[in-house]
Design a protein around this ligand. Structure first.
Ligand code: F6R
Length: 608
């Protein structure tokens, strides 16, 4: 959701910005722009739509300089037009800013500026920041210090000033900003993927801080202007992991990376002798664990689906009552908090605004706070006292795949560790630990499935306008996830439903040829699910099912079985979701959609 890049150094800045914006494209956007500083000028180029439109303009209207800022915008205030694209400038044209986030006091600030006689050229809240900076005088860093207290809401802003052609100033409250430290150059970005190919040394800005960035150094200051000392971190991701590596789409590459991602995540949490789970890094004290009576899981979207799966696993393995909430609901529902509660914020990006707000609420209420996250150093990583890193590596496709399956694995490891801390570990633990280590092979087997299986499924679904995904128990969240994958990249309406609930309404949709996708691997409720499938079949549904290849009873009901190997019921979600990811991917490709950047979607949702 919106991407920011800023550069100051010795290279020609236009290619640096376009390259950085290209690396941020996956976040989702609907216009793009850049500002380039000359000796005594700021030149702005903006374009609606895809980045190639901006590239075209940059080709026809060449600009030169070694300092500049760029932005991909996902519209919030104002339509996705060129006038509303970033950078936005102040009335004098001296200041240019790019901004991720939303100003909550937009209306008041706008009124105030209009009363002051300022003529506004856009509908954006971003322009107000440029105008406020333009109203101040002095070095840009000092102007930022005076303007930050006037801004209410969420912002990550990078600004340049005509009179300081060798400086970029970055400040944030909410959405992330990171400075990449180079040799004789420095880069600012909203996301490390934009600067990984230039440097792996980074400095994260905390809320309320600002950074004055020049080619030869970075000054970090707090909201009062006092210098901040922070250690430069070195990232362990390498740039090659954000390339497509011969795959047609990032999503496909990431689906195929799952065996490795799962293997790495399992290894990260196993003891050296692989007989137990090691969560020493989580840093729970014995006293905290002793008080623990309940768990709340909060997340959004696909991460919320992993929480729904985790509820089954945590309750089964730890005996602790576990609730799952959408983060956007939790933050406003007045939940019952306290020091007997462990709140786990599950978020692959670590930057989802609602999840962060829910986590902050829980800390204020005295809960023990953990996060399961894929980005070391992200906001949820820094907010939580206990952290579990999923080892998925950078996920670029907007539709989450490997981040989801590694979340499931990390949550199983967490459940096993909590179980051991409660003295409950027994034979089941040993079995699960062995099966966890076999999971990558099981997923590899799914990925080797003959593509012909997907052809028929793709043909059936790509002609549909509506579909129903059914599952029961621990597989019901997988039905939700399969439906989400299909709808977000193929734009076919897909509803996930608990199979037993289906006849209380949705069955009315089923007519001749209506596709129903069932998650039908071997659990205690498979017979019940088969009964539900007979009901939809009797009404003409075409049933596709995910099941073990020897599940003859499923094969009798289903038009097509997408085969998966048998694994322990608590681990089936990890394996069962993979055919559904591939099915959604194939349908979206068949329909000619932009798989990696589906319309209206953003990779990390940094506004409420
Ligand atoms: C869907 C998808 C989203 C995210 C959601 C939360 O494929 O990826 O539903 O899961 O926006 O994002 P994170 O996990 O970054 O908090």
């Amino acid at each position: 959701m919106c991407g920011i890049i800023g550069y100051v150094g010795t290279d020609e800045v236009v290619p640096v910005i376009l390259d950085g914006l290209g690396r941020l494209e996956y976040r989702g956007y609907d216009s793009a722009g850049m500002a380039v500083l000359g000796a005594d000028s700021i030149r702005i180029l903006r374009a609606e739509g895809k980045l190639r439109n901006l590239e075209q303009r940059a080709y026809h209207e060449p600009m030169h300089g070694t300092t500049g800022i760029g932005h991909t915008r996902w519209a919030t205030h104002g339509a996705p037009t060129e006038a509303n694209a970033h950078p936005q400038v102040d009335a004098s044209g001296d200041i240019a800013v790019v901004h991720n986030g939303i100003l909550e006091n937009y209306a008041g600030l706008r009124r105030e500026l209009l009363q002051d006689g300022v003529e506004l050229a856009s509908d954006t809240d971003t322009e107000l920041i440029a105008q406020l900076l333009g109203r101040e005088s002095g070095p840009l860093g000092e102007r930022v210090l005076r303007v930050m207290p006037l801004l209410v809401g969420q912002y990550a802003v990078v600004a340049v000033c005509r009179s300081e052609p060798d400086t970029v100033v970055a400040f944030r409250q909410g959405p992330p900003l990171v400075v990449g430290i180079g040799e004789g150059e420095n880069t600012v970005a909203s996301d490390v993927t934009a600067l990984l190919h230039r440097t792996r040394k980074v400095l994260y800005l905390e809320n309320g801080e600002f950074a004055v960035v020049r080619a030869d150094g970075v000054e970090l200051r707090d909201a009062a202007g006092a210098p901040v000392e922070r250690e430069v971190e070195t990232l362990d991701w390498d740039a090659g992991r954000v390339e497509k590596g011969g795959y047609r789409h990032f999503m496909l590459k990431e689906i195929f990376e799952q065996p490795d991602a799962i293997r790495n995540t399992v290894r990260a949490y196993l003891d050296a002798d692989r007989s137990g789970v090691n969560l020493d890094g989580l840093g729970f004290s014995t006293e905290q664990l002793g008080k623990l009576r309940r768990i709340h899981l909060v997340a959004c979207g696909t991460s919320w689906h992993s929480c729904l799966v985790a509820k089954f696993i945590l309750e089964r393995l730890t005996g602790l009552p576990t609730e799952v909430d959408y983060a956007s609901e939790y933050r406003y529902r007045d939940p019952l908090l306290g020091d007997d509660l462990l709140l786990i914020g599950v978020t692959q990006s670590g930057e989802t605004a609602d999840t962060l707000a829910a986590m902050e609420l829980a800390v204020r209420g005295g809960a023990l706070l953990a996060t399961v996250c894929n980005v070391r150093g992200s906001s949820s990583w820094r907010l939580a006292t206990s952290r579990m890193l999923t080892q998925a590596g950078p996920e670029i496709g907007v539709a989450s795949t490997k981040a989801f399956t590694t979340q499931l694995v990390a949550l199983v490891a967490l459940a096993l560790a909590l179980r051991a801390s409660r003295g409950l570990a027994d034979e089941l633990d040993r079995k699960l630990i062995t099966d966890l280590q076999r999971l990558p092979m099981a997923v590899e087997e799914v990925l080797r499935t003959d593509r012909a299986f997907y052809r028929l499924g793709t043909d059936i679904l790509s002609e549909a306008t509506d579909t129903l995904y059914l599952g029961r128990g621990i597989l019901y969240p997988i039905a939700l996830e399969g439906a989400l994958k299909l709808k977000e990249i193929s734009y076919i309406h897909a509803e996930g439903y608990p199979a037993g609930e289906m006849k209380h309404g949705p069955i009315a949709l089923v007519t001749d040829g209506f596709p129903v996708v069932a998650v039908a691997t071997a659990t205690a409720t498979r017979d019940k699910l088969l009964g539900n499938l007979m009901e939809v079949k009797a009404r003409g549904a075409t049933v596709l099912a995910v099941a073990e290849s020897d599940a003859d009873d499923v094969a009798e009901v289903a038009e097509l079985v997408l085969p998966v190997p048998a694994v322990h019921p608590l681990l089936q979600p990890v394996v069962a979701v993979v055919p559904l990811q591939l099915l959604a991917y194939n349908v979206a490709v068949e329909l000619g959609h932009d798989v990696d950047q589906p319309r209206n979607l953003a990779k990390s949702v940094t506004v409420e």
